[in-house]
Design a protein around this ligand. Sequence first.
Ligand code: DC
Length: 250
Amino acid sequence: MTTSAALTVAIDGPGSSGKSSVGAAVAAELGYRFCDTGLLYRAITWLALARGIPETDAAGLIGLIEEIELKPDAQQRLVRVAVGGRDVTDEVRGPDVDARVSVFARVPEVRSALLVEQRRIAAGAGIVMAGRDIGTVVLPDADVKIYLDASVEERARRRTGERGLRGDADPDGAGAAKILAQLRRRDDLDRGRAVAPLRPADDAVVITTDGNTLGQTVALVVAAIRSAGARPGAVASAAAPPAGSRRAGR
Ligand code: DC
């Protein structure tokens, strides 16, 4: 079932907070398009590492953008990325990029260039866009802003599971400990950068997902969007947050 109005939805949050899986599932349920903007930063980082371009070479980094293309799946969700026509989604999600992407994502010139690209993708509404600064910078007029949060320990467990490491069976394992340390470092870099730091927009609905199943979080986000869409002329900031969520800053 789709909502009556096609809205623009921003979903932000720290690494492994579930933005991509939740956003893609919400978009499928509502018949919206979806865009995972982290793939753009990841693809630039992957290419820069492959070509030996340092984060200090802003012009070199911007030059990489024209080689990068987000690819839709069968449901028009931009969840894959290609470089020079080759799908590199699995590579850009690897540990080398994890370790370096926040450093490249701090470069102001890279952020400005990608801002234009992200706004072009979002034009026309009926879209869920996931990232770090979507509600604050990329789409400050989004109809609905969601900030997905979770403790760093919970996020590390999820990431460890994704990587096929023995998360629960081996909580002190070297692989799991490294993932936790790396998430903490990325959080610090993403929250502390000068341009477009990670933070909830003042009018975002904050949903903490510790202990939630994917389905529970998807239901909360869909409820927030439907309640915004059900009010003619109303925007998300006027809608009551669904149970299990709260407004940013409260
Ligand atoms: O969501 P992700 O883990 O795939 O994002 C990878 C990195 O990209 C993240 O550490 C910060 C950066 N990023 C960003 O700065 N702004 C966005 N809108 C999306 C991602």
